[in-house]
Design a protein around this ligand. Structure first.
Ligand code: UDP
Length: 404
């Protein structure tokens, strides 16, 4: 099939770790590659944010990234992109309408891509599949007045659930949320993200580590809701371990990053600064090097739509202590591949991490089960197969309707 991936802000070619570059970029890159491996022809449409970027860039066999001119060709924060989505959608419609490449299906990632895809789909008849990745209702609940999403987000997300041909939910928690929003269950298919077992494997080089201290690793964009501050507070209860945090801006820009400074100041005031280290952004291909150096991966977000980093750690044979929120409730099997703790609770987090760090047998058992689970249940090939079936189903329905 010809598959158009729409990912307005999250380019699969982006450097990760920055404020708007994380799981969605990885997801789109890996899913596109897996679909191409399965024989599909994939184009990823993302907004042109640099005037010198060529319009098309090949990304491995069978995947081409297309930079769509919508809005000024410069970086723009995700929350400022809504005004350009109409232009994005019209460009897609024109391209698919007259160009030599017209897709059988469009798969939009994030609600704004959904808007662009629906605009293009209306004019061209291309069916639209949507993965929200994150939901405005959840963000509003957790961030309240701090939520900088465009005001109409929640309304658009609700409407999209009824306009698109299929919604892809990534976890049981997301299904419940979508039902509360009024998205019909019949429109949903559940396909969780995968993990790349070539990049994330137990064998391979590992970052050097302290001789005597256990290593607690946490990975992600340095945004408040990722809960790094809770982890730093929890470290008081784990005196025998160091805490390494990967993500944020590149290492040489950490000094100027407000959130990095806040975290280091907190470590200082908690008396753990000699055991807390910020690494900065690391290229995705090198992430295995960091996971493999860890005794335990901590993911302590306040909320998390899916959460790739626990899966990546599990695929490297590293047990996980995670907040019992969102997608993490599905990926981490409590008491088997790791432990789930309440979010925003440094006491509970410290207790769980302390227990796992102190108990070699428990760690080894968790590690083996974590690896097994990542390999069995979360391969990208499985995700590509399941989505391939969804794409076939929606494009057949469209064809049948067109004939009738
Ligand atoms: N990541 C990376 N380099 C970094 C920090 C993060 O490659 O310095 C990757 C990480 O391996 C994962 C993604 O960014 O694939 C983060 O995804 P997650 O779902 O955990 O969080 P999100 O950013 O979507 O909120």
């Amino acid at each position: 099939m010809r598959i158009a991936m729409i990912s307005e802000h999250a380019s699969p070619l982006a450097v990760l770790g920055g404020e708007d570059a994380g799981g969605q970029n990885t997801h789109v890159a890996e899913l596109s590659a897996a679909l191409a491996d399965a024989g599909h022809d994939v184009r990823v449409y993302t907004r042109r944010d640099d005037r010198y970027r060529p319009e098309t860039v090949p990304m491995g066999d069978g995947v081409t990234v297309v930079h769509v001119p919508a809005g000024p060709p410069e970086p723009i924060a995700k929350d400022e992109l809504l005004p350009y989505m109409e232009e994005f959608g019209r460009w897609l419609a024109a391209d698919w309408g007259v160009g030599s490449w017209s897709p059988d299906v469009a798969h939009a990632h994030f609600w704004m891509s959904g808007l662009a895809a629906v605009t293009a789909g209306r004019d061209t008849g291309v069916p639209v599949v949507l993965t929200y990745h994150a939901l405005g209702t959840v963000k509003r609940r957790h961030q309240g007045a701090m939520d900088t999403s465009p005001a109409p987000r929640i309304g658009y997300e609700r409407a999209l659930g009824r306009l698109v041909d299929r919604v892809i939910a990534q976890s049981q928690d997301e299904i419940a949320e979508l039902l509360r929003m009024g998205v019909p269950r019949a429109v949903m298919a559940v396909v969780p993200s995968g993990v790349n077992d070539a990049v994330f494997a137990p064998t391979g080089p590992a970052a050097p580590r302290h001789e005597r201290r256990a290593r607690v690793l946490s990975v992600g964009r340095l945004v408040e809701r990722k809960g790094f501050q809770d982890l730093i507070r929890a470290m008081c209860q784990v005196p025998e371990a160091e805490c390494v945090i990967v993500g944020g801006p590149p290492a040489d820009q950490l000094d100027a990053d407000p959130q990095a400074r806040r975290l280091l100041a907190l470590a200082e005031s908690c008396g753990v600064s000699d055991r807390v280290r910020l690494v900065g952004a690391v290229p995705r291909e090198e992430m295995g090097y960091w996971y493999r150096s860890a005794d335990v991966l901590v993911a302590a977000p306040w909320y998390e739509p899916f959460g790739l980093t626990p899966l990546e750690a599990m695929a490297c044979g590293v047990p996980v202590v995670a907040s019992a929120v969102g997608g993490l409730i599905d990926t981490v099997v409590d008491g088997l591949t790791g432990d789930l703790v309440p979010p925003r609770d440094p006491g509970a987090l410290g207790a769980a991490v302390g227990k796992i760090v102190a108990d070699d047998a428990r760690r080894a058992t968790y590690a083996a089960a974590a690896l097994e689970r990542a390999r069995q249940a979360y391969s990208w090939r499985r995700a590509a197969d399941q989505l391939g079936d969804v794409y076939t189903a929606v494009s057949e329905v469209r064809r049948t309707r067109a004939v009738v």
